[in-house]
Design a binder for this molecule. Structure first.
Ligand SMILES: [Zn+2]
Length: 122
């Protein structure tokens, strides 16, 4: 540890920061939320779904998210569910990339501050 010159580390920080920003630029539509696929009973007395779990109807997809403190649920079709699944994946990617950018930024500015202090000690 500490074997690399500070200037090299500062350059490495800057390079990594640009890479993470490029990752950020590639993120697609995103949304917080969860997607659920449910099999349901229809409630009709003669339908086998009432007695056999394997004969239940569906899957029915439901997208749930929070907005202004309220939980909102949206029914989706099997065709549109993947769009929301993808948005959820993108959201997690966005959050993790942002967290890495923040951690790297803290590290980088700490090094820059050390560099500035050693260049012109007070
Ligand atoms: Zn049924």
């Amino acid at each position: 540890m500490g074997a690399r010159p500070r200037r090299t580390q500062i350059e490495a920080d800057a390079k990594r920061f640009e890479e993470l920003k490029a990752d950020l630029a590639r993120i697609g539509y995103f949304s917080k939320g969860t997607l659920q696929a449910r099999m349901v009973k229809c409630g009709k007395s003669k339908c086998p779904c009432g007695v056999d779990p394997k004969r239940r109807h569906g899957p029915y997809f439901e997208w749930t998210y929070k907005a202004q403190g309220k939980t909102i649920s949206v029914r989706l079709t099997a065709r549109t569910a993947p769009l929301f699944q993808a948005a959820s994946t993108q959201y997690r990617k966005l959050k993790s990339t942002l967290a890495r950018l923040e951690k790297l930024s803290r590290q980088a500015i700490t090094r820059l501050a050390e560099q500035a202090d050693s260049d012109s000690p007070q």
